[in-house]
Ligand binder design. Structure first.
Ligand SMILES: [Zn+2]
Length: 444
């Protein structure tokens, strides 16, 4: 029994130990090593004080490292205090191969488990009035360091860990509302706890808090094909009924193609612009709604482990937008969508057009057997909530159709036979327009 319990414990610990997906160790100053680590849990107490107009987060992170060295995590702003295993320490940022930056604790740690406590001010996408506060953790996969690290300490996208929040708004009489994709418990007015699934990564979490009643809201229950009753929440300044009816229709379409909705809930913020996906949630325009909900299967159901696998989900969602067309080999372009630096954290924008055509090409190639959607459903079922890299996607297609696609991937995805000149002119995608800081702020 003891052995069984130990084995079960080891297995459960291994489930989300994703260190094999982490980038290579970094060389820091004075020949010290920056070590990628495995977050076990993170819990934040976030206090919004209306009087002082400050949002302060205190986050406790339990992590383990398998090599001695300076542990890497990320937080864009400087923390106001940092304790490692109970002792005060400092953190610094460093470049990752010139394509991104991360933060590390400037202290060499031993192999094993450690506890990190960080205090930081949340300053982005935060708007104060004299009586209430609006706060959102908007994210983007098209610019660097635009996931949870903008707001709270987190790991890179390869890692999955259980996150929990306690949120308090103090010195406010106004009732607030919190839209978030975790298990939400209201303790009292303006005081909540939220627990997020252990499958979440830095790009999974949707968080939007505002004054209650500022936007129209509608709630419905969607009956999944697997029998679950899934709560659907839609809120918007536009037509809440239009967003709700479209959401319910698209859910039925996606479940028919790809199986049961993979999340516990659906949250749609009909912002009228934007377009960003989260696990079972989105901020979106009405026209991008289908695209963004598709991402709850491909992007936030099957999850990219890093920037070089981000093209897959944009290609799939865009292929659906275009009506699941076939494309010939002649229409394809040579790209390096999956050959950027292993440290890159963003998605190549070629995914929407050239990646989409590549998926349409695979569909055309195999459609005598069946629609490529059948493969995608199978890939989704086997890889759900397990971050993947492009080579695993390639192997899965090859195994499914009992073929080899090395030439196609080398030429059109890995750029091993050069890049088409048009590769440098990348059109902006209508569903994920680049929004300025001001535009994102205005969506609060
Ligand atoms: Zn997209």
């Amino acid at each position: 029994m003891k052995t069984f319990a130990l084995v079960a414990l080891l297995l459960s610990m291994q489930t989300f130990a994703n260190l094999h997906l982490a980038p290579p160790t970094l060389n820091l100053e004075r020949s010290s090593k920056g070590i990628f680590v495995d977050f076990k849990t993170a819990s934040s107490v976030i206090t919004y004080d209306i009087k002082t107009r400050k949002a302060l987060a205190t986050t406790t992170i339990e992590f383990s490292q398998s090599v001695a060295g300076k542990p890497i995590f990320d937080l864009v702003n400087n923390p106001s205090s940092l304790l490692i295993d109970g002792v005060s320490a400092v953190s610094k940022t460093t470049s990752m191969n010139g394509v991104s930056k991360v933060r590390y604790i400037d202290k060499k740690l031993t192999i094993g488990n450690h506890t990190l406590v960080i205090e930081n001010d949340i300053t982005k996408n935060l708007s104060w009035s004299s009586t209430y506060v609006r706060s959102a953790f908007w994210m983007s996969d098209l610019s660097d360091r635009k996931y949870l690290e903008q707001y709270l300490p987190t790991n890179l996208e390869y890692d999955q860990y259980k996150n929990s929040f306690e949120i308090k708004i103090i010195n406010s009489e106004i009732e607030h509302v919190l839209y978030t994709n975790g298990d939400l418990l209201e303790i009292s007015k303006n005081h909540w706890t939220v627990s997020y699934p252990e499958t979440f990564t830095a790009s999974s979490l949707f968080f939007h808090m505002s004054k209650k009643g500022l936007k129209d809201e509608k709630k419905e229950i969607y009956k999944s094909i697997d029998g679950r009753e899934i709560p659907v929440t839609v809120y918007t300044n536009q037509s809440v009924n239009r967003f709700m009816s479209s959401t319910l229709r698209i859910l039925a379409e996606l479940e028919k193609d790809y199986g049961p909705w993979p999340h516990k809930q659906v949250i749609v913020y009909g912002a009228g612009s934007g377009g960003m996906e989260y696990c079972g949630a989105t901020i979106t325009s009405h026209s991008a709604l289908g695209h963004e909900l598709t991402h709850s299967y491909f992007a936030r159901g099957i999850m990219p482990a890093h920037g070089n696998s981000g093209w897959v989900d944009e290609a799939i969602a865009s292929w659906r937008d275009g009506g699941y067309r076939s494309y010939s080999k002649r229409s394809l372009s040579k790209t390096i969508m999956a050959s950027h630096s292993t440290y890159q954290r963003t998605t190549d924008r070629n995914a929407y057009s050239k990646g989409m055509k590549f998926i349409g090409y695979l569909h055309g190639k195999f459609k005598e057997q069946e629609s490529f959607k059948v493969f995608l459903k199978s890939f989704f079922e086997t890889r759900k909530f397990k971050p993947f890299k492009t080579h695993e996607f390639k192997s899965a297609v090859e195994a499914f159709y009992n073929t080899t696609l090395t030439n196609e991937f080398d030429t059109y995805i890995y750029g091993r036979n050069g890049i088409d000149k048009s590769d440098i002119k990348v059109k902006e995608n209508a569903f994920h327009p680049h929004l300025s800081s001001k535009e994102l702020f205005n969506l609060l």
